[in-house]
Design a protein around this ligand. Structure first.
Ligand SMILES: C[S@@+](CC[C@H](N)C(=O)[O-])C[C@H]1O[C@@H](n2cnc3c(N)ncnc32)[C@H](O)[C@@H]1O
Length: 254
């Protein structure tokens, strides 16, 4: 899928709120080296740099447009192109942050321990992943994908599986001195009604679908998705929609 920094950043304030909560819970105090995996346009990296102003911080992302935005935003930090699934740290790190990125990768039973192994003793893996596949926005996305003229194209399409809190606790507790897992539902206020919900997901979950369609098909897909969302989300008197968004947080200290 191709990521577009500008589209993603329309809702930057809402998308950055969870990473503030995640980074606030990192227990490691002395941080010399830290990385932001799936740094996007640098919004999460910026919060990491604010929390650890003396650390050497870098970001990694596979999307050229995101990296370009991150470099423009934080020219004093180092950003590299790469795949989280292949990434190896050059030296042990005190913090590995991954906010809203690891849900795009499979095999978490291997990935998370591999990340923990790249921490210095006492270092922290801090991860937030959306836990929203059963929310109306995702259910209706699958419904639209499975019912239009494009249905055959998306027949074998699936996202990596999501796991619950107990999965991560069980996986990481034997490897770490402490594991803190929690789940929060944010209610992101989106001014602009149903259209704003469509815009939100154009910046993330719609990407893999829209990138497979030509422009007229993409417009038809979005129109159907908009109509489905209108039956599931209430537009409030001020014209906004409160988008419920459950997210799972994992803090694992080696
Ligand atoms: C939803 S954005 C999160 C951006 C930012 N971390 C934040 O907190 O808002 C997900 C980012 O993960 C990146 N990403 C997804 N899969 C990746 C992979 N396998 N390797 C590197 N980056 C990846 C995408 O390019 C995108 O920039």
């Amino acid at each position: 899928m191709s990521w577009h920094a500008q589209q993603y950043s329309i809702f930057e304030a809402q998308r950055t709120r969870p990473v503030r909560d995640l980074i606030a819970a990192i227990p490691t105090a002395a941080v010399h080296h830290a990385i932001d995996l799936g740094c996007g346009p640098g919004n999460s990296t910026e919060i990491l740099a604010q929390r650890f102003p003396h650390a050497r911080i870098s970001g990694l992302d596979s999307a050229a447009d995101m990296l370009h935005a991150a470099r423009e935003r934080l020219p004093q930090l180092s950003f590299q192109a790469g795949d989280i699934g292949q990434w190896q740290a050059a030296q042990p790190l005190e913090v590995i942050l991954a906010n809203a990125s690891l849900q795009w990768l499979p095999d978490h039973d291997q990935l998370y321990p591999r990340l923990v192994a790249q921490l210095a003793a006492g270092g922290t893996l801090a991860v937030q992943t959306p836990d929203n596949l059963q929310e109306p926005a995702h259910r209706l996305l699958r419904k639209v994908a499975g019912n239009g003229p494009w249905a055959a194209r998306f027949a074998g399409f699936s996202l990596p599986p999501r796991h619950d809190a107990a999965f991560y606790y069980r996986l990481l507790r034997p490897l770490c001195q402490q594991v803190d897992v929690w789940r929060t539902t944010y209610h992101h206020p989106l001014a602009g009604g149903i259209g704003a919900v469509v815009e939100w997901f154009k910046g993330s979950a719609l990407g893999p679908y829209l990138s497979q369609l030509d422009e007229p098909q993409a417009e038809a897909f979005l129109a159907q998705y908009h109509a489905e969302l209108a039956s599931a989300y209430e537009v409030l008197p001020d014209g906004s929609v409160l988008l419920p968004f459950p997210r799972l947080f994992v803090i694992a200290q080696r």
